[in-house]
Every structure is written in structure tokens, then in C-alpha cells.
Design a protein around this ligand. Structure first.
Ligand SMILES: Cc1cc2nc3c(=O)[nH]c(=O)nc-3n(C[C@H](O)[C@H](O)[C@H](O)COP(=O)(O)OP(=O)(O)OC[C@H]3O[C@@H](n4cnc5c(N)ncnc54)[C@H](O)[C@@H]3O)c2cc1C
Length: 532
């Protein structure tokens, strides 16, 4: 098999690239995806996120290494494993981060990645149902909708946060990010709009695009220093596909560095230790891992309006099936995190440094603490948007099917803990505001016993979890630790790029799906304009 471009991973970035590159009928594109096709109906029903996050077939279900600063806990890290990747299992919140995030990327030695440079790519990707303007696109593949049936609790959250002193904002990607409101969501007609739905589905009929599912890449093969082939396993059989022009890794922040390391591109000493021949000593591969660490306050709800799994919700759920099937409205359109926003931990912060996600169910540990879910309740998440701690992805073996070691090193920098303490207090203030009076029962987590700063710190160490935004492990830049340059080419080799969340040099202050799609939109232009 031979194609012009071979793309590894059909996630948020891979779907964009496959669709954009194959727009040119004279080039051929092969897209390899480890997971199966996205045919399961629960992928497309927004409420299905509760199941998608835990699916053994459609999720990688990673666990981190034991976390020193979180009482030795190993944290659950779900990542999507189907067409659409994590965009087929995420919470669908459409946000972009702050303009200053992209200016910081540019200032770190990445020309072309400042906010003014990337805004056109956010717009090109987007079809905002409310219409385009200076900040938003209309007519792009990714549908961005308002929630069709917001839960009354989400509306109460917005009132509560406003009365606690936070400004209202109905467009977090517009002129000003700061404020609280309902999230806009990547949905279309009440269904999930994953990158596969947005980009791949319209491109399916193209004769120059071949999508191979259940095909896990196991290594990039080189002719000299030039990436020439990708080895993969399909149904237990080893196969190879040749790339005439380029190999493009879109496996995400865990798998792209893993594949580079397996292919001999990474820290030389570590590779030698594992017996992997070193093709290119690139010390930054897998390093610079950043993620949003999150804590959740959970409140009992006195009225049966939440999506806690109680008999009342079950009865309502049955009735709502018809509503969803016929009108694509109602509780099954919930993205779980219906409301939230971007706030400052202190008046001196130049821009929001905390993000709130309000969920209309009593959640703990990604829904894995089932006893929490079996009651009426609601939850307020808070995360530190720009943590200082840095972690890494490491190989533990040469087996391409083994999970790599994930060491986020959460709270390694003490400042990160203090930021979460400030966030905890802000969240508690919001939950105590009058708008919640009709709903508020007892505080389930952490509970009234947790009051002092030390008690809050211990609660954070006991309960903090990821809010699913790992990035940075194939960082772009122009220094010796950088993995790719500003055109996303892997440094020191030829015909190999990385295009996904792993190239972000710094984590953005917001959710990471739209930023990853933006990266791939820009990469498509970089690749198309490259001299062959
Ligand atoms: C539960 C959850 C909730 C989230 N909520 C939100 C949200 O509300 N809003 C938001 O903006 N972001 C959210 N995110 C984050 C966002 O979805 C991700 O940052 C984004 O999808 C990352 O895109 P990616 O292309 O880098 O990787 P992915 O989308 O993860 O794609 C990687 C793809 O590569 C495939 N792959 C990996 N290795 C191989 C291999 N060796 N061979 C072949 N294929 C391979 C994978 O199966 C996957 O399909 C959430 C993520 C999760 C997991």
C-alpha cells in the first residue's frame, strides 16, 4: 500500500487533516485508526458520554503512575478510541482558551501561532449556529450550538455565580473570555458533533481517502532520516503502508510521543536502556506534559430535576426517549457540563486563571464512585488553568501494545495547590448563593467538616482528578528540548510531522478540542504549501 500522506490516529486532529488534505483529488491519503468505526449509537447521543468515558472497546482507559502529591493515587485518564478520538467521548464544551495563550506560544519561538494568526483557523473550522462575526465562523464543518434543553440547575448556577460577583458572559470565545454562562456545545441537531462527524463523514466517498479502522500503528520506519513507512497491526496481522510525501502523527498527547519513542526518536539514553536503536536523540519527546487538575464540590438536590440515577430519573429517562428520538431535545441532549465559566482567583490576575464546569449530576471520580451517582445532586468543578507542574510520558517496554507510563506530576509546584484552594473557596461561595436555595440540600463532598485551608488542601490531595486536557508532550519550539518546529515538523528527521494536542507548548486556558482542531486546520495549510 502506498499513499502520499499517511496519518496515524483519527481523533480531533487526524479527522481534520484527512478531510482537508484529501480535498485535493490529486493526492492520496491513508488514515489509520486503532479503534473501531463510530457506529455505536451512544457515541452520538450526548448523554452517552457517561458510558463512552468508560467503554472498554471505545476508550483507552489509561491510568497515571501513582501521584506523589495526591496521596499516591493513580488517576483514571479516559481517551477516545474510535473515529473522532476523544472528540467522540468528550463533554462537547466549545471553548478556545484566552488570546494571551496563543501570544505566549508565539513568544516562545513559534512564529505564526499568535492569536491574530490562529483566529482565522478557529473561524474556518466553525459553524456557529448563532452566526459568524469578528470572532466566529459560519459555514465551517464543526457545528457549535447553544444547548437545546438546559437543565434548570444550570440556569440556577449562572444566577448564583452572577450574584457571587462574576460577570455574565454568553460567548467565551468572543471579545472577552471572562465570566460565567451556559457553554456552547459541539452538537448538531441534538447529536454530538465529533471531528469524525464534522470532517470525516462528508469526505467518506472520496476515492483518494482510505480510512482503515482497528489498525494500530506500531512504529514509523525510516529510509535514512526520512520517514517512509508506518507499521501497524490490523486484526493481529503486521502490515505496512508507505508514505510518498509525509507521515503525520495525530495519536494525541499520549500516543504520539509513545510512537516516536518506539520508532527511535527521543531521549537517547532512555531508548538505549530499552534496547531501541536511536535514530534521533531528541530529549524533549514525552516531556513537558501538562494537564488541568480538577476538584469537585457535590451538593445534594432537594428537587428531582438533576440527572442523578434515582428511580425518578429512570422513569423520566424512559419518557424522554421518545422526546429525544422525535425532536432531539430533552435530557439526552445534555453534555453533562452545561454551564461554567472563566474567573480570576484574585483581582490582580491579568486574565481568568480558573475554569468552572457545572454538572447536573452528583459526580465523583468520573462517575466511577457509583454511590454518588445514585442520588439527586449537582456538582461544581474547578480547575487551575495554567498549572506550573510538568510531567512526562515514558516507555516502560518496547511492546507497542503496552500502555506507556503516564507521570503528570500533579501539584509538584506548590503554587498549583494554592490556586486550587482559591478555586475551591470560589466554588463554595457560588454554591451557597441564593439562586440555589430551592435546590440546595446538604453538601455531599467534601462536607461541612472541611473548613480550614489545611483541610481543603487534604481534600484536594484525596479527591482531585483530571479534567481531560493533557497536552505538550511533543512541544513545538526552536530550542533543543522542542520536538517539532513551528511548522510541526519533527526536528532532525524528514517527512514526519506531529499534529495534535501534544504540540502545544503551553496548556491553553480552556478546553482543548477546538484548539486541537485549529492546530490541524493550520497544519493542513502548512502541509499543502510545503515544497516537496
Ligand atoms: C472525557 C473527556 C472529556 C473532554 N471534554 C472536553 C470538552 O468538553 N471540550 C473540549 O474542548 N475538550 C474536551 N476534552 C479534550 C479534547 O477532546 C481533546 O483534547 C482532543 O480531542 C484531543 O485531540 P487529539 O487529536 O490530540 O487526540 P484524540 O482526539 O485523542 O485522537 C487520537 C486518536 O488517535 C488514535 N490512536 C492513538 N494511537 C494510535 C495508534 N498507535 N495507531 C492508530 N491510531 C491511534 C486514538 O484511538 C484516537 O482516535 C475532553 C476529553 C475527554 C477524554
Amino acid at each position: 500500500m502506498e499513499f502520499d500522506y499517511v496519518i496515524v490516529g483519527a481523533g480531533s486532529a487526524g479527522c481534520v487533516l484527512a478531510a482537508r488534505l484529501s480535498e485535493n483529488a490529486s493526492v492520496s491519503v491513508c488514515l489509520l485508526e486503532a479503534g473501531p468505526p463510530d457506529t455505536h449509537p451512544l457515541i452520538h447521543v450526548p448523554f452517552g458520554i457517561l458510558w463512552m468515558m468508560h467503554s472498554r472497546r471505545l476508550n483507552w482507559r489509561y491510568y497515571t503512575a501513582p501521584q506523589t502529591h495526591l496521596h499516591g493515587r493513580r488517576l483514571f485518564w479516559p481517551r477516545g478510541k474510535t473515529l473522532g478520538g476523544s472528540s467522540s467521548s468528550n463533554a462537547m464544551c466549545y471553548t478556545r482558551g484566552h488570546p494571551a495563550d496563543y501570544d505566549a506560544w508565539r513568544d516562545l519561538g513559534n512564529p505564526g501561532w499568535g492569536y491574530a494568526d490562529v483566529l482565522p483557523y478557529f473561524k474556518r473550522a466553525e459553524n456557529r449556529e448563532r452566526g459568524g462575526d469578528a470572532y466566529h465562523g459560519a459555514g465551517g464543518p464543526l457545528n457549535v450550538a447553544s444547548l437545546r434543553s438546559p437543565n434548570p440547575l444550570a440556569l440556577a448556577f449562572v444566577e448564583a455565580a452572577a450574584s457571587a460577583g462574576y460577570r455574565r458572559n454568553d460567548d467565551f470565545s468572543g471579545a472577552e473570555q471572562e465570566g460565567v454562562g451556559l457553554y456552547e456545545v459541539t452538537q448538531i441537531q441534538g447529536q454530538r458533533c465529533s471531528a469524525a462527524r464534522a470532517y470525516l463523514r462528508p469526505a467518506t466517498g472520496r476515492s483518494n481517502l482510505r480510512v482503515i479502522t482497528r489498525a494500530q500503528a506500531t512504529g514509523v520506519l525510516f529510509a535514512g532520516r526520512r520517514a517512509s513507512e508506518v507499521a501497524f497491526l490490523e486484526g493481529g496481522t503486521s502490515r505496512k503502508v508507505r508514505a510518498r510525501r509525509e507521515v503525520i502523527l495525530c495519536g494525541g498527547a499520549i500516543n504520539s510521543p509513545q510512537l516516536l519513542l518506539l520508532s527511535g526518536v527521543g531521549p537517547g539514553v532512555e531508548l538505549q536502556h530499552l534496547g531501541i536503536p536511536v535514530l534521533r536523540d531528541l530529549p524533549g519527546v514525552g516531556r513537558n506534559l501538562q494537564d488541568h487538575l480538577d476538584i469537585i464540590l457535590v451538593q445534594e438536590c432537594k428537587k428531582p430535576v438533576s440527572y442523578g440515577l434515582t428511580p425518578v430519573t429512570a422513569v423520566r429517562g424512559l419518557a424522554e426517549i421518545v422526546h429525544y428520538v422525535v425532536a432531539k431535545r430533552g435530557m439526552y441532549t445534555t453534555n453533562a457540563a452545561e454551564a461554567g465559566g472563566f474567573v480570576k482567583s484574585g483581582a490582580r490576575e491579568p486574565w481568568p486563571d480558573l475554569q468552572l464546569h457545572f454538572t447536573t449530576a452528583p459526580l465523583s471520580n468520573h462517575g466511577l464512585d457509583v454511590k454518588f451517582l445514585l442520588q439527586q445532586g449537582y456538582s461544581l468543578h474547578v480547575c487551575d488553568l495554567r498549572p506550573k507542574s510538568r510531567g512526562e510520558i515514558r516507555l516502560e517496554s518496547r511492546d507497542p501494545l503496552a500502555h506507556p507510563a503516564i507521570e503528570p506530576n500533579y501539584l509538584d509546584e506548590p503554587e498549583d495547590l494554592e490556586k486550587l484552594v482559591a478555586g475551591f473557596k470560589a466554588a463554595r461561595r457560588v454554591l451557597a448563593a441564593p439562586a440555589f436555595d430551592p435546590y440546595r440540600g446538604r453538601e455531599i463532598a467534601p462536607g461541612p467538616a472541611v473548613q480550614s485551608d489545611d483541610e481543603i488542601r487534604d481534600f484536594i490531595r484525596c479527591k482531585a482528578e483530571t479534567i481531560y486536557h493533557p497536552v505538550g508532550t511533543c512541544r513545538m519550539g526552536n530550542d533543543p528540548q522542542a520536538v517539532v518546529d513551528a511548522e510541526l515538523r519533527v526536528r532532525g528527521v524528514e517527512a514526519l510531522r506531529v499534529v495534535d494536542a501534544s504540540v502545544m507548548p503551553l496548556l491553553v486556558g480552556g478546553n482543548t478540542n477546538a484548539p486541537t482542531i485549529m492546530i490541524a486546520e493550520k497544519a493542513a495549510d502548512l502541509i499543502r504549501s510545503a515544497r516537496i
